[in-house]
Design a protein around this ligand. Structure first.
Ligand code: SDX
Length: 393
């Protein structure tokens, strides 16, 4: 404590805002979007319907859903000037870096987004434009990275099918839309759609509180999500599982490494700031991994390694004492891999899923007319001292 300031690094015990969007109960493992349990939404809804629910607060009527879907289709194309920026990136550029840069460039292309007093229609346009263009930017950056020609969106396809088409079609052959893959992608994007005041969402709200545009705020969120302690964990989990497989598949050795204070290695995909018994999303994704890989006839040895690792950790006192369980990132990469998504695109997939959450939280922050975010600190530096010329200067 320093006078009236209470130090809370990492905001472990700070409620930054009031929000009506997502409810988490870390002890009971409960996650609801606008009151609806994610178990129901993941099974029965579609990503675009859940996006509408998060952003506008209620499930859309058929007419509202059709209009939202059609508006998104109108704006799916990325203009040629943006395409030139994309073409300028080296093929080795990480897709999250490209996504952050191109989403930020939307403010340059659409400067009206800087107006903090946008009329409802203008804000709705900014929202639809972002929902529409982010998948295209993601798919085109992937095609760029493998030297393939980009695929233009096909408006007769639904949101997820269109993304898969843009990712995997090739001039000489169409992408065969597989309903198993489309359903799995919808489920994964729904499960990533929002998660109250996590690191990237808090970043979006903080940047937006300075009256920065929605696009600039989401670009900042993408950068925060990229961190391996946050959304970047889904890529790090697969790299870790591959490392365990290459090393002979001995989970216990890596559990010991993760417990070793002198070893920076952490069990990626394990632990959570809020969930202290289980992450309800991990429960659903683990079950879906078995279902999807079986339906696709995919045998992936790292799924077995992941299960062994989970088993070993859940019976290890270090993990039990610290209440460390698999989180949303632990099994998700195994499904993405089975869908043909490359590892360095896994966090992009997380961003595509989290986009409606970021948008809804930014919109709520603006509607609540929240003041600019500006936390204080406890100063522990030098007391006042006088300037002296150093070394005879
Ligand atoms: C996401 O906030 C959200 O909601 C995020 C997210 C979302 O939907 O937005 O759910 C998405 O980011 C999920 C988390 C993905 N990250 C990882 O899987 C990376 C590995 N996990 C950890 O780095 C960690 O568990 C965090 C970052 C998830 C949580 O960090 P905390 O709450 O600050 O916990 P901590 O680092 O203080 O750890 C507490 C103790 C420490 O041990 P002691 O110092 O008490 O002895 O647990 C240990 C840590 O060393 N620990 C781990 C560990 N995670 C915590 N030890 C080994 N392996 C791990 N994974």
């Amino acid at each position: 404590e320093s006078g009236y300031i209470t130090l809370d690094s990492g905001y472990k015990n700070t409620g930054a805002t009031e929000s009506a969007i997502t409810f988490l109960d870390g002890e009971e493992g409960i996650l609801r979007y606008r009151g609806y349990p994610i178990e129901q939404l993941a099974e029965e809804s579609s990503f675009i319907e859940v996006a509408y629910l998060l952003i506008y607060g209620s499930l859309p009527t058929q007419e509202q859903l059709d209009s939202f879907t059609n508006e998104i289709k109108i704006h799916t194309l990325v203009n040629e000037d943006m395409r030139k920026i994309l073409d300028g990136f080296p093929s080795a550029a990480h897709p999250m870096g490209i996504l952050s840069a191109l989403v930020s460039s939307l403010t340059a292309f659409y400067p009206e987004s800087l107006n903090p007093n946008q009329k409802k229609e203008e804000l709705d346009l900014s929202i639809v434009r972002l929902m529409a263009k982010m998948p295209t930017i993601a798919a085109w950056s992937y095609k760029n990275s493998i030297g393939h020609p980009v695929n233009y969106p096909k408006n007769k396809l639904d949101y997820c099918s269109n993304f898969l088409h843009m990712m995997f079609a090739y001039p000489t052959e169409d992408y065969q839309i597989d309903p198993v893959v489309v359903k799995a992608l919808n489920k994964l994007l729904i499960l990533h759609a929002d998660h109250e005041q996590n690191c990237s969402t808090s970043t979006v709200r903080l940047v937006g509180s300075a009256n920065a545009s929605l696009y600039s705020s989401v670009s900042a969120g993408i950068s925060a999500l990229w961190g391996p302690l946050h959304g970047g964990a889904n890529q790090a989990v697969i790299e870790m599982l591959e490392q365990i497989k290459a090393d002979g598949g001995d989970s216990k050795k890596f559990i010991a490494k993760a417990k070793d204070k002198d070893d920076p290695f952490r069990l990626m995909g394990f632990g959570h700031r809020v969930y202290k018994n289980f992450d309800p999303r991990a429960t659903i994704i683990k079950k879906a991994a078995d279902e999807v890989l079986t339906a696709l006839g995919v045998k992936d040895p790292i799924l077995d390694i992941a299960k062994e690792l989970e088993e070993a950790a859940l019976t290890d006192q270090y993990f039990v004492d610290r209440k460390l369980y698999p989180n949303v990132d632990f099994y998700s990469g195994i499904i993405y891999r089975a869908l043909g998504i490359p590892t360095d695109m896994f966090t992009v997939m997380f961003a595509l899923g989290r986009l409606p959450g970021w948008i809804s939280q930014w919109k709520e922050m603006r509607e609540q007319k929240e003041p600019i975010g500006r936390p204080r600190q406890v100063y522990v530096g030098e007391k006042e001292r006088n300037y002296v010329q150093m070394n005879g200067r």
